[in-house]
Write a protein that binds this ligand. Structure first.
Ligand code: ADP
Ligand code: MG
Length: 494
C-alpha cells in the first residue's frame, strides 16, 4: 500500500464499532475490516488521502468513541467528512485543501480564487492556532490535576509545541476514549522516530528501540502476514482506555512504506529489561522479587478482565496469548502485559462479544486443555478469561523456578520443557495436557517457604482441567496482596 494510503487506512481500522452505542446508523463501508459493504456506527464517514499521484478514498463508520475524528481539519493530504443519516456516505464527496469542488467554485474566475484560497488558508491557520491553544490549556489543566502511574516515560518536546508526549497522553480531552494520541498526531510522532537497534524478534515481526526527540520508544514492526494483529492491537488501544501501570503503554500506531513494502508499526513505551522471558534467563529472584513480579502481572490481568462502566469505562478483555515473552519487565521491577493482537472484548450491557478477525492462534505451549481439545466454548467470554488463568499459572511456575529458596535455584526453562520438543506441535501439546493431563512439576523446595508454597497452591488452582474450577484473576490478586502484606516490606498496591 502506498504511504499516501496510511491516513485513510489508519482511520479505516478505527471503523469497527464495538457495538456499545445505541441508535446506530447503517453506513456504506469499504475499509478492509468490513466483510460486507456496510457497517453500523454513530456516524458515517468518508476519508481521503493523497500521496504523490495516488489518492485513497475510504467509507465507513465511527463508533461513539471516535466522533472526535470528524472534527479534524481537511488538509492538503488528508481529510475526513462525517454525516449522520442512513447510508449518507454512499455518495458523499470530500475535497482536500487545494482541490476544486465541481460547480460554482470551478466557475469562479482565477482572480477570485487567488483571493479566496489564501483567505481560506489564513482562516484555517487561525482555526488550527485556536485549536492548538485550546489543547495547551486543556493539557495544562490535566497536568495540574496530576495523574498517577504514568511517570515512567518522561518524553520531552512534541508535535504540539512545548508540551510533552506524556502530557498529551494524559489529557482526556485530547485523547478521547482511547489510550493514545489523536490519529494525525500518532502519525506525526511515528514519522519522527529514528530506529536505533533491533531488540527482539517475535514469531511475526521485530521489535526495535526507536528514538523520538532523544527518548527511547519501542517500535514493533509487524510482518505483513500478521497485519490482523496490528489492526486488532491498534483498534483496542484506540477505542479502549487502557492506561494502567501493568499494561504496556501505547503511544501510536502507523502504517508506512519503506523499501517499497508496507510496514505496520506499533509504538509503545520502551522497557530496557525486555520481556519477562529475557529477564528470567539472567536473573535469579528472592521471595519478595518473585511476589512483586507475580502481583504486578495479576494486577494487569485483573484490569484487562474487568469491565468498567461509565464514561471512563472499558469493556472486559481477555488476552489469549499470555506468556513470559508477552510480559515486559519495567525498571521498577514491576511487569506490564503486552501484545493485545489476539485479545477479545466483551460488554455485559449489550452482551456483545467481539472476537476480532485474526487467524492467528495463541502459543501452543501455553494453550489450556479446552483449547487443545477444541472443546472451548468460543461463544462465551468467560471461557477466554479461563484460558488466561491457565497461562498465568504457567508464567507463575516460570518465575517460581527462578526464585532462590534454601540457597537453591533452577535454570530458566519454559513450561513443559521436559515433556515436549522445543517447538511443540498442537498434537504434542494435546497429548501431554489433555490425554495425559500433565501439569508442570512444582519444585519441592518451594514448600519450605511460606510465600512460595502459597504461590505453588495458586499455580495448581490455575491448572484444573475444568475451566470453571480455576481461580479468577481477582481472587489471585487478593491472595497475592495478602501475601505481600505478610512480608516485612509490603511491595505494591494496585
Ligand atoms: P513474540 O512474538 O515472541 O511474543 P514480541 O514480538 O511481542 O514477541 O516481542 C519480541 C521481543 O521484543 C520480546 O520478547 C522482548 O524481548 C522485546 N520487546 C517487545 N516489546 C518491547 C518493549 N516495549 N520494550 C522493550 N523490549 C520489547
Ligand atoms: Mg508477542
Amino acid at each position: 500500500m502506498p504511504r499516501g494510503a496510511a491516513g485513510a487506512a489508519l482511520l479505516a481500522i478505527l471503523t469497527v464499532s464495538l457495538g456499545f452505542a445505541a441508535g446506530e446508523l447503517l453506513c456504506a463501508c469499504d475499509v478492509p475490516h468490513c466483510n460486507v459493504s456496510t457497517c453500523r456506527g454513530k456516524v458515517c464517514f468518508v476519508s481521503k488521502s493523497r500521496e504523490g499521484g495516488s489518492v485513497t478514498r475510504r467509507k465507513g463508520c465511527f463508533s461513539q468513541h471516535l466522533l472526535e475524528s470528524c472534527r479534524g481539519p481537511v488538509m492538503e493530504h488528508f481529510g475526513t467528512k462525517c454525516c449522520n443519516a442512513s447510508m449518507c456516505n454512499a455518495h458523499l464527496e470530500i475535497y482536500l485543501r487545494g482541490e476544486e469542488a465541481p460547480g460554482p467554485a470551478a466557475a469562479l474566475p482565477g482572480l477570485l480564487l487567488l483571493t479566496v484560497v489564501p483567505l481560506l488558508g489564513l482562516l484555517l491557520l487561525a482555526a488550527l492556532a485556536a485549536l492548538f491553544g485550546w489543547k495547551l490549556v486543556q493539557h495544562r489543566r490535566a497536568g495540574a490535576r496530576g495523574r498517577a502511574g504514568e511517570a515512567d516515560l518522561p518524553l520531552k518536546a512534541s508535535v504540539a509545541g512545548d508540551s510533552t508526549l506524556e502530557d498529551l497522553l494524559g489529557d482526556d480531552c485530547t485523547t478521547g476514549s482511547g489510550s493514545g494520541l489523536p490519529f494525525l498526531v500518532q502519525r506525526t510522532v511515528a514519522r519522527q522516530i529514528a530506529l536505533a537497534e533491533c531488540v527482539g524478534k517475535g514469531r511475526y515481526g521485530e521489535v526495535w528501540r526507536g528514538v523520538w526527540h532523544g527518548e527511547s520508544v519501542a517500535v514493533k514492526i509487524f510482518s505483513s502476514r500478521d497485519e490482523q494483529s496490528w489492526f486488532r492491537e491498534t483498534e483496542i488501544y484506540n477505542t479502549v482506555l487502557l492506561r494502567h501501570d501493568n499494561i504496556l503503554g501505547f503511544i501510536a500506531s502507523d502504517m508506512t512504506s519503506r523499501n517499497s513494502s508496507t510496514q505496520l508499526w506499533l509504538i509503545t513505551h520502551y522497557h530496557e529489561h525486555g520481556s519477562l522471558y529475557d529477564y528470567l534467563q539472567r536473573t535469579a529472584l528472592d521471595g519478595a522479587g518473585c511476589l512483586a513480579l507475580a502481583s504486578s502481572i495479576i494486577c494487569g490481568l485483573v484490569h484487562l478482565h474487568v469491565e468498567i462502566f461509565g464514561t471512563q469505562g472499558k469493556p472486559a478483555i481477555a488476552h489469549r496469548d499470555l506468556k513470559s515473552r508477552n510480559i515486559l519487565v519495567k525498571s521498577n521491577r514491576q511487569c506490564c502485559i503486552a501484545d493485545l493482537g489476539l485479545a477479545v472484548m466483551h460488554s455485559q450491557g449489550s452482551d456483545y462479544l467481539d472476537v476480532g478477525n485474526n487467524p492467528r492462534v495463541g502459543t501452543k505451549r501455553y494453550m489450556a486443555p479446552e483449547v487443545l481439545s477444541e472443546q472451548i466454548r468460543t461463544d462465551c467470554f468467560e471461557s477466554y478469561k479461563k484460558t488466561d488463568i491457565w497461562a498465568y499459572g504457567l508464567v507463575l511456575w516460570e518465575i517460581a523456578r527462578r526464585t532462590v529458596v534454601n540457597g537453591i535455584v533452577e535454570e530458566y526453562r519454559p513450561p513443559f520443557f521436559d515433556v515436549v520438543p522445543s517447538d511443540p506441535s498442537f498434537e504434542d501439546m494435546r497429548k501431554v495436557v489433555c490425554v495425559d493431563q500433565q501439569t508442570p512439576a512444582v519444585p519441592n523446595r518451594l514448600f519450605s517457604n511460606a510465600v512460595l508454597s502459597a504461590l505453588a497452591k495458586v499455580m495448581k488452582e490455575c491448572w484444573y482441567q475444568s475451566p470453571s474450577a480455576r481461580l479468577t484473576a481477582l481472587r489471585i490478586k487478593k491472595t497475592l496482596k495478602k501475601l505481600s502484606h505478610s512480608l516485612e516490606k509490603p511491595k505494591q498496591e494496585c
